[in-house]
Design a protein around this ligand. Structure first.
Ligand code: C2O
Ligand code: CU
Length: 552
């Protein structure tokens, strides 16, 4: 359906209240339910899945250093809302279609509470997955203040469960944060950017397979290589507008679509003629996935948000009284690291939302953008005890469908999710992971448990590497590098848990698996790492890794 743009206000997710105390700490119960929700003024109500019956789910507000308990409960119907491909890993006729497990993305968390893909459960925990351990999760919150987000992670159907609506914010706030005098209260707004496609009756559309012309018949339904919706949905409203005062705001941004990258910039906008004018206010980034940056970074051109990235952003509207501003996206879909409109892009989503800046007449804006935000202790590469070469490669599955995989130096052609563990860092040690992208698209690679740092990226000879990989004679990656390490952009120099690994580059990240300079906690056990394009993750672009205990 053609929906009129900018008619609904951006809703603000509610804040979840604790249901009580457990072991002296806040205890929450969160119910997943199927509900009808109005996603646009002119659209019939849409059936969605929501935590506490809300899409997006309510925001969980926590304090740094104060652990909390959450019991996630599945009260969803027995039938899935969307087409389930029963040939993917973790699925099949013997596995219930509606199974859920909630992962707190970016959390430094014990494995039993991580919400891994095989720890799923059904209504009333009647059936549970092979790695299910407990009903009530424990979150330590011993990490820098930041925006985490929770979302579904059930093996083989994550893309469907998240698309149906299972996602929400989780904030960790520290004392230090209050002292920064950032815009707060009604001037601090979480924004989750998603893309959806709707049927005329208001229901969510998700493809049951690739388009016919894309090749041989597939299983029906079949997973698709990626999914891009044609409608921008922000905080659960299609093409919304946000009325703001001419002052500073803090936006907690999250790219929460299945496959879509967002490359964002504000422009002055004439609503009447629907024309884009001069650039609007710049964005100042103060935080990344896992915490504050050391210093604010003014985004000179565009802000890139790959799937699951968060950006803590200050925008000052004080010079734009009475104006409309369009949040514009020019990331091609699929994204390959090259910014700018792509004439061949069949699913672009240039318009994200509108900001309406009111006329003056409000109180003085006492908030500020501090010169220094936080200390981000550097993980020193000299301390790395291991450097792992991890190729991102293309393969095919038994139905001849393109399947993206993660590999190792020994298995450079990729390994499935259920292959034995190959990455096994010891707790308390530092490692460098080289993400060698041999494919044509950018993959947002996410590690559970840790917040890592980005060392940079190096171009390499993909054709030579792929030829050697296929002939079984691949050498060390340094033999293929064609240039020096390019350092990360200023806004990628903080804590990250998901990184865009661009094609043709070796993206180097460094992680410390344990407590680090008063931050994080030591945890051992199994965690996944994967591509956060949900269609890739569901189709084998995910591997388990294990943090091993200390040897005494
Ligand atoms: Cu946001 Cu393993 O995921
Ligand atoms: Cu991917």
């Amino acid at each position: 359906p053609e929906l009129e743009k900018w008619v609904d206000e951006v809703p603000r997710p509610s804040v979840l209240k604790p249901d009580g105390r457990k072991k002296g700490k806040s205890y929450y119960e969160v119910d997943m339910r199927q509900v009808e929700q109005q996603l646009h003024r002119d659209l019939p109500p849409t059936t969605v899945w929501g935590y506490e019956g809300q899409y997006p789910g309510p925001t969980i507000e926590t304090k740094r250093g104060e652990d909390v308990y959450v019991k996630w409960k599945n009260n969803l119907p027995e039938e899935h809302l969307l087409p389930v491909d029963e040939t993917l890993h973790g699925t099949g006729p013997d596995v219930p279609d509606v199974r859920t497990v909630t992962h707190l993305h970016g959390a430094n968390v014990e494995p039993e509470s991580d919400g891994g893909p095989e720890a799923w459960f059904t209504q009333n925990f009647e059936e549970v997955g092979p790695t299910f351990e407990k009903k009530t999760y424990w979150y330590a919150n011993e990490q820098p203040s930041t925006s985490l987000w929770y979302h579904d992670h059930a093996l083989g159907i994550t893309r469907l469960n998240v698309y149906a609506g299972l996602a929400g914010f989780y904030f960790i706030r520290g004392k230090h944060e209050r002292a920064l005098d950032l815009p707060d209260g009604k001037y601090e707004i979480p924004l989750v950017f998603q893309d959806r496609t709707f049927n005329d009756d208001g229901s969510l559309f998700y493809p049951s397979g690739p388009d016919e012309d894309e090749g041989e018949p597939n299983p029906d339904p079949s997973v698709v290589p990626e999914f891009f919706g044609d409608t921008s949905v922000v905080n659960g409203k299609a093409w919304p507008r946000l009325t703001v005062k001419p002052r500073k705001y803090r936006f907690r941004m999250l790219a929460g679509g299945n496959s879509r990258f967002f490359n964002l910039k504000l422009f002055q906008y004439d609503e009447e003629t629907q024309t884009i004018g001069d650039p609007g206010p710049t964005m100042t980034q103060i935080g990344s996935d896992g915490g504050f940056l050391e210093k604010p970074v003014e985004i000179s051109d565009r802000l890139l948000l790959g799937p699951a990235f968060r950006a803590d952003i200050i925008i000052d509207f004080s010079e734009y009284e009475g104006q409309s501003l369009l949040l514009h996206n020019n990331a091609p879909s699929p994204f390959s690291g090259v910014a700018g409109e792509d004439p061949d892009d069949v699913q672009p989503l240039p318009e994200i939302m509108l900001f309406d800046v009111q006329e003056k007449g409000c109180k003085r804006d006492k908030s500020c953008i501090p010169k220094r935000l936080a200390r981000v202790p550097e993980i020193n590469p000299d301390n790395a005890v291991e450097e792992r070469e991890l190729p991102l490669v293309e393969g095919v599955d038994e139905y001849d469908r393109l399947k993206l995989l993660l590999g190792t130096r020994e298995s450079p052609n990729g390994l499935n999710w259920d292959a034995p563990i190959t990455e096994d860092p010891k707790v308390g040690t530092t490692e460098i992971w080289d993400l060698i992208n041999t494919t044509v698209d950018t993959h947002p690679i996410h590690l559970h448990l840790v917040q890592f740092q980005v060392l940079g990226r190096r171009p390499f000879n993909v054709d030579q590497y792929n030829a050697d990989r296929e002939s079984g004679s691949v050498g060390p990656i340094s033999d293929y590098c064609t240039g020096e390490l390019e350092p990360p952009a200023a806004n990628n120099r903080g804590w990250k848990d998901t990184i865009d690994a661009d094609p043709g580059y070796v993206t180097q990240v460094i992680a410390h698996f344990g407590k680090f300079k008063g931050l994080f906690k030591d945890f051992t056990g199994e965690y996944p790492w994967h591509c956060h394009i949900l269609e890739h993750e569901d189709h084998e672009m995910m591997r388990p890794y294990e943090v091993l205990p200390r040897e005494d």
